[in-house]
Design a protein around this ligand. Structure first.
Ligand code: ARG
Length: 456
């Protein structure tokens, strides 16, 4: 008979049992479930709701149960529905009536809310740590390639020259906001719901603050109905992870392009690629592709959680049991990406010569010519038009921008001087962009310094 079976005359149809179980996925909450129960029982004894000796017996048995599950000795059964019932029924089987005191002033509704929050707190910490390692790998790669120049793109067209380090550090910024979002989300996860009961709290004189202190939460929830009904903290987590995935997916796209024959800007280490079962010459950037693909799952988790909650009347509804599948999948997916990505970054080979060769196209410096004219007092729109005419002239005469004579240049740009002919050097072009946030050598060096200090 199920622990809730008192009012039922018939229970346990096999298909129904299988349909409603969550143990197959919520068993991963066992440590947090036990941690919560120990804090709860300590409080029950402190409030004299149960005898001290009973509390001690329950806590000792809970520790034993944790050991049992650690060692894989707990037999998980669909009839026992979820992790809460598995632990409680094992406890009651061992302690009899003494164990039956544990669930006083508690419902699985507030218990599961507590478990997810405890679990998420740990996972958020470890994902944030993983993101820090990811950033470090990018910073190290940038540091090792401080002077490497490549074309920067807009619309996937060659635009202006930039430092490779600048490009990498753009992702370090994005990852930093991802970590910040997760840390901010953690503040709202870190609120203690136990004591909310099924929805209306308890008539027993519980001390929620004592539970809160034991479990190191920042405060207790203010409203029992909110506490058992909402999963916005899980949605926020999935949302922050979806954005993280979006960033990783963009980096993946860059890496996939860079490692193509057309770009040939980098080569990934063999360990992070696979071959083709058909084409012997292939070396595919699978980690980047799979990370881009797994990002779809992160979006799916967010969508599933939002949809799960949108039509639910207050308070708890059984639908909420389904929150764990997408939430856990999002957590697992983030961990999986974070396991493989930093070492892939750390081991990639940068083809600096190839990048430099592509950066040599004088057209990348066309904007520099227009800005030179601005310095000489020509309004930018006029300057832009003149340089545009020079580009047209070059196309018509089948010449590169740096192949025209001063006289030819002066046809479209009357203000041009000999100095203008020297504006097509990519190193010089980068070197002139020393404003804060720019791609100048010094500007990028100070970004690097900032991140090295930040990530220590
Ligand atoms: N397994 C359930 C869940 O994950 C626990 C709460 C069940 N509560 C209930 N009244 N059936 O949401």
């Amino acid at each position: 008979m199920a622990l809730w079976g008192g009012r039922f005359s018939e229970t346990g149809r096999e298909e129904l049992t299988r349909f409603s179980e969550s143990i197959s996925f919520d068993k991963r909450l066992y440590k947090h479930d036990i941690m919560g129960s120990k804090a709860h029982v300590t409080m029950l004894a402190a409030q004299k709701i149960i005898p001290q000796a009973t509390a001690e017996a329950i806590k000792a048995k809970l520790d034993a149960i944790q050991g049992m599950i650690d060692r894989g000795e707990m037999e998980f059964k669909a009839e026992l529905e979820d992790i809460h019932m598995h632990i409680e029924s094992t406890l009651i089987a061992a302690l009899g009536d003494e164990g039956a005191w544990l669930h006083s002033a508690r419902s699985r509704n507030d218990q599961v809310a507590l478990d997810i929050r405890l679990y998420l707190r740990d996972e958020l910490d470890s994902i944030i740590e993983g993101i820090r390692s990811f950033q470090k790998a990018l910073v190290d790669l940038a540091d090792a390639n401080k002077t490497v120049i490549l074309p920067g793109f807009t619309h996937l067209q060659h635009a202006q020259v930039v430092l490779f380090a600048h490009h990498l550090l753009a992702y370090v910024e994005m990852l930093d906001r991802d970590a910040e979002r997760l840390a901010d989300c953690r503040k709202r996860v870190n609120v203690m719901p136990l004591g909310s009961g099924a929805l209306a709290g308890s008539t027993l004189p519980i001390d929620r603050e004592l539970v809160c202190r034991q479990l190191d939460f920042s405060r207790v929830t203010r409203n029992s109905m909110d506490a058992v009904a909402d999963r916005d903290f899980a949605i926020e987590t999935a949302s922050a992870l979806a954005i993280f995935g979006m960033h990783v997916s963009r980096l993946s796209e860059d890496i996939i392009l860079w490692s193509s024959q057309e770009f040939n800007f980098i080569e990934l280490a063999d360990a992070f690629c696979t071959g083709s079962s058909l084409m012997p010459q292939k070396k595919n950037p699978d980690v980047a592709e799979l990370s881009r693909g797994k990002t779809a799952r992160l979006y799916g988790s967010l969508t599933a959680l939002l949809t799960l909650c949108k039509g639910l009347p207050l308070t708890y509804n059984r639908d909420l049991q389904e929150d764990k599948i997408p939430l856990f999948d999002a957590i697992d997916t983030a961990h999986a990406i974070l396991m493989v990505y930093p070492p892939m970054i750390a081991t990639m080979n940068v083809h600096a010569d190839r990048m430099r060769a592509m950066a040599a196209d004088p057209a990348l410096m066309a904007t520099d010519v227009a800005e030179k004219l601005v310095e000489l007092g020509v309004p930018f729109r006029t300057a832009h038009h003149r340089v545009g005419s020079l580009v047209k002239y070059c196309r018509e005469h089948n010449k590169e921008l740096d192949e025209v004579t001063l006289e030819e240049m002066q046809i479209t740009i009357p203000e041009a001087t000999a100095e203008f002919l020297k504006l097509f050097d990519p190193e010089e072009s980068v070197g002139k962009r020393e404003i804060t946030g720019g791609t100048g050598y010094k500007a990028v060096a100070s970004q690097l310094e900032y991140w090295k200090k930040q990530l220590q």
